[in-house]
Write a protein that binds this ligand. Structure first.
Ligand SMILES: NC(=O)c1ccc[n+]([C@@H]2O[C@H](COP(=O)([O-])OP(=O)(O)OC[C@H]3O[C@@H](n4cnc5c(N)ncnc54)[C@H](O)[C@@H]3O)[C@@H](O)[C@H]2O)c1
Length: 401
């Protein structure tokens, strides 16, 4: 008989990402629409159990959203065969230990990035999951942004000719917390708590670059802490020990050069909070979260450098807006639906813990490059063999139902 629902442990739902993107915009939206439409044509409904450390907060969330199950006992939830997927939105520092337990319990894993704090640990988790035969998924949300979907379409159509380079600007001013509250959690600015913009953003750049342009072969990065003191949620000043800006150059398979700035200490002078310019022999594009503008070579003006003449040409007007031609849903939700299909129906899924480990590899190499001033090559990752004692028996997804 076809299954009607799939149980999902949601750990860290009180957090920014856990609540807004994963619970409300993804799982509850999927529940509201009647579940995930499978390739078979059937629908499978989602059943979340909220997991966290504060029972009262969980009870309030559960009541607010009409969710039957919640617990502060992760081990009990992991031991219960009713829950098939373990999803993790904890602070990065707390993630690896929880993932290890969930893999050992035979759950399918869905997790925020970065998957671990070190490459060694990220690879170990990927190997454990492989040995246990559990399916894994890592959030690759930026690929689902409408702007980047349109960019992928342009690449597939051959619009660019040969792609030469990518220039990206990500960032905005994050308030220091003194005269205006900071709009990001304070742990983001403490290295000892897993913070830092390299650790936060390079995992995104890893999957964006490799899925659109080519695998990252090398990185040169300069990570800086521009604002050394900030004020936390309790109003106390603290030393910002983590980088709040990173200026990096990536060389990709196929010879594409990508140069990406990531900063929480920049004021926005662009159309969107992230913007990439892609230049190719046949055309260029500027894409953001939503927008995508192109300039084909046939419509490229011929500027001549002349400092004696005031600029009269409106370069903005040389660009053509690309139409949506599609309905773009929330990217977190779309990826959740794809992952649930993968868990229920099988088939390849590229955004797994090994892809997550490549993100951690890039962050680690970026920080080392910054420390040493060297450009670093990134070797292709392969999974080490997990030790037999660490590898639990494979529990096929759905075996308990
Ligand atoms: N995909 C994205 O675009 C994106 C954006 C921001 C953050 N993230 C990632 O999402 C994760 C959460 O980030 P956030 O901004 O939501 O953080 P947050 O601080 O808002 O939430 C963190 C959650 O972890 C819980 N938590 C904190 N310390 C814990 C501990 N020691 N043990 C167990 N639980 C603990 C908190 O209660 C909270 O539920 C991070 O790994 C971050 O890198 C991803």
């Amino acid at each position: 008989m076809t299954r009607k629902s799939i149980g999902i442990i949601m750990n860290g739902v009180s957090g920014r990402m856990g609540y807004r993107q994963h619970l409300v915009r993804s799982i509850l939206a999927i529940r509201e629409q009647g579940g995930v439409l499978l390739n078979s044509g059937d629908r499978i409904q989602v059943e979340p159990i909220l997991v966290g450390r504060r029972e009262a907060a969980l009870a309030e969330l559960a009541a607010k959203h009409d969710i039957a199950d919640y617990t502060t006992d992760l081990d009990a939830a992991l031991a219960d065969p009713r829950w098939e997927i373990y999803a993790d939105f904890l602070v990065t520092r707390a993630r690896a230990a929880a993932l290890r337990k969930a893999i050992a319990a035979g759950k399918a894993i869905y997790t925020e990035k970065p998957t671990a704090e070190t490459l060694e640990e990220a690879l170990e988790l990927a190997a454990l999951a492989q040995a246990a035969g559990v399916k894994t998924g890592v959030v690759h949300d930026k690929l689902y942004l409408p702007g980047l979907r349109k960019l992928a379409r342009l690449i597939d159509s051959g619009f660019f000719g040969r792609i030469l380079s990518v220039r990206g600007e990500f960032g905005y001013w994050v308030f220091e917390g003194d005269w205006q509250a900071a709009q990001r959690p304070s742990w983001n600015y403490r290295a000892e708590d897993g913070g830092g913009i390299v650790v936060d953003m390079f995992p995104h750049w890893s999957y964006v670059l490799e899925n659109l342009f080519g695998r990252v072969q090398s990185v040169y990065a300069r990570a800086v802490t521009h604002v050394p003191t900030r004020v936390d949620e309790a109003g106390d000043a603290y030393a910002a020990t983590a980088d709040d800006a990173a200026y990096a150059v990536f060389e990709l398979d196929g010879g594409v050069i990508a140069q990406l700035n990531s900063s929480w200490t920049v004021r926005v002078n662009r159309k969107e909070l992230v913007e990439f310019q892609v230049d190719g022999t046949h055309g260029s594009a500027v894409v953001g979260l939503f927008g995508c503008r192109i300039q084909p070579r046939n419509a490229t003006p011929k500027p001549v450098w002349n400092p004696d003449l005031r600029e009269e040409h409106d370069y903005d007007r040389d660009w053509i807006e690309v139409p949506d031609n599609d309905v773009f849903e929330n990217g977190f939700k779309t990826q959740w639906e794809e992952f649930i299909r993968h868990v229920v129906e099988g088939g390849p899924y590229p955004f797994d813990l090994l892809a997550g480990a490549r993100g951690v590899q890039l962050a680690e190499a970026g920080l080392e490059s910054s420390r040493t001033g060297r450009r670093l090559d990134l070797p292709e990752l392969v999974l080490p063999k997990a030790k037999a004692t660490e590898a639990p028996e494979a529990v096929p997804a759905g075996a308990h139902r």
